[in-house]
Structures are given as structure tokens and as C-alpha cells.
Design a protein. Structure first.
Length: 289
């Protein structure tokens, strides 16, 4: 029996302790998330850090990746029970308290461009001219407590962000389920490229002749979008993201789940900015399908 299977058949473990160990180790492996060379160096000789062979470690990582994904990937899908009315109203209050011009913005929408290794064929499908690299795109929604609550994808890197949003049907589902008191639709904030809909508000597109209130609106809301973008800084390891070989979508979703776990355990700049406390590890992972 493999070491990975033995690990899976051990007695029940304390969830908080297990996830804290995973999150802590993930943090140690990504001491310098912006430096890809430094990140690669950490993974060159993993057996030097652990008391098992590289083969056994590979099995354990594969097992834990499958376990985390299969157990909790639904936390990144839209389900109305993930957004109870009380939480939505708390999010709206958090954004409005921090000078948001609206009192009904509860989350922030963004498309993540995730680099992958150049595929062997049809490279133009995954080539993204903006990042000048081969990529996948994911649609994500961030709440003021610093958690990535929705993550749909991937789609090919050449597609426009608006197409990714349309494919995810996020806006239709959000309009149906994300409601405040008196059944009022609650809003997502996105950059101006998404335009405006019944559930999306964005910055003003014009860049000159802005009156004082318009300038202040763009300044305040751009800070929020910068906060969203900062969440993705650690996902830089490209070498193992091989199309048709690696389970890229699974790796990405597990990385998002562990990012959320890290935010639950240690907090985040976003949660601090909005003064919105994230749930504990147990509270976050307790929800089942």
C-alpha cells in the first residue's frame, strides 16, 4: 500500500490542525512568491525538507490535491447557502464604511490570467497578447473578508474577459440569488471593461474633465480592484502547468482553497482594509454539498 493511501486511511484528524499544517507548509514553500526562480529552488530537492523520498512525497501531494479538491471544490461554486442575507448585508456595510460611493456593493469581480507552459500544438488558442504568454483565464469573485468565493474556468487565454464572464453565467446567477433586504439586487464591482449591468458597477471610462465626485469615485474604487489583483501574486509557478498532462484546473482550484485557508488562519490585507473578519478554518470548510 502506498504511503499516500496509508495517509488517507489513518484515523480521523482534527480539521483545523490538518489544514493549519497544510497552510503553514504552503507558506514556507512560497517565501518569495514574486520570484519564480526562488520558488523553483524550493521544489528542486523536496526530500531535503521532508522525511520521505521524492517519490513518496509526490504520491502524498497528489493524494492531498485530490482530497482537498474532491472535498471542497464546491466552495468555489455559486450556491445560495454560501451567501446568506446577513453575510451579504455585512459585506455591503463593510464596503460602504470604507468610503464606497454605493451602499449595496458586496463583492469584487475579476478575471485571473494564469500562465501555463507553452502547449505543443495550437499555441495561438492559449496565447494572451496582454501578458505575452500562454495562459488560462478564470472568473473570480472576492468578498471583503478576503476570501475568493467564486472561481469558474478555465477558458483559453485569447478570449476577452467579457466572454469569460458570459460563459460563467455568473451575472445571471448573481442577479437571481444575491439579494438584500426588500429583495434588492446587490452589486459586484468590476473594471470599466465589463460595462454596467443590473448587478455590475464599474469605474467611469472617461479620463479627463472629471468633476470632483467622479474623480473621487474612480480613486476609491480603483483601490479595491488593486486589492483583488494582489490576491493572485503567488500563483507564479509555470513549469508544472502543462496542458493535457497536468491537472491544471485542479491545481488552480486547490491553490485558491489554500489561499482562502491562509486568509482564514492569518487574515489578509483586504480583510484588514475593510475591517471584515474572515471565518475560522473550521467554519469555512464545514459547509458540505
Amino acid at each position: 500500500m502506498s504511503e499516500a493511501n496509508k495517509l488517507g486511511q489513518e484515523g480521523s484528524l482534527d480539521l483545523d490542525a490538518l489544514l493549519l499544517a497544510a497552510v503553514t507548509e504552503g507558506t514556507l514553500l512560497c517565501d518569495d512568491p514574486i520570484n519564480e526562480d526562488a520558488l523553483s529552488t524550493h521544489f528542486v530537492r523536496p526530500e531535503s525538507r521532508f522525511t520521505c523520498s521524492s517519490g513518496a512525497l509526490s504520491q502524498i501531494i497528489a493524494f492531498m490535491t485530490d482530497f482537498i479538491h474532491d472535498s471542497w471544490h464546491h466552495l468555489l461554486e455559486f450556491h445560495h447557502s454560501q451567501f446568506p442575507l446577513l453575510h451579504l448585508e455585512q459585506y455591503a456595510h463593510a464596503t460602504h464604511t470604507e468610503s464606497c460611493p454605493f451602499n449595496d456593493v458586496v463583492s469584487f469581480m475579476d478575471v485571473k490570467i494564469h500562465r501555463i507552459s507553452p502547449p505543443g500544438d495550437n499555441q495561438c488558442i492559449n496565447y494572451n497578447s496582454y501578458s505575452k504568454s500562454h495562459t488560462y483565464k478564470y472568473q473570480a469573485v472576492l468578498t471583503p473578508d478576503g476570501l475568493i468565493t467564486l472561481c469558474a474556468g478555465p477558458m483559453e487565454g485569447w478570449r476577452a474577459n467579457v466572454v469569460v464572464v458570459q460563459w460563467s453565467v455568473l451575472l445571471e446567477v448573481w442577479f437571481e440569488h444575491a439579494r438584500g433586504y426588500n429583495n434588492q439586487p446587490l452589486l459586484l464591482y468590476a473594471n470599466p471593461a465589463y460595462g454596467k449591468t443590473d448587478v455590475v458597477v464599474s469605474g467611469l471610462k472617461k479620463v479627463w474633465d472629471l468633476v470632483e465626485n467622479e474623480q473621487r469615485f474612480n480613486t476609491v474604487m480603483s483601490k479595491y480592484r488593486e486589492s483583488v489583483s494582489n490576491l493572485w501574486a503567488f500563483l507564479k509557478h509555470v513549469q508544472q502547468m502543462k496542458l493535457h498532462i497536468s491537472p491544471i484546473r485542479k491545481y488552480f482550484q486547490v491553490a485558491v482553497l489554500l489561499t482562502n485557508a491562509h486568509s482564514c488562519q492569518y487574515g489578509s490585507d483586504i480583510a484588514e482594509y475593510f475591517q471584515s473578519k474572515p471565518p475560522s478554518l473550521g467554519e469555512y470548510f464545514v459547509w458540505k454539498m
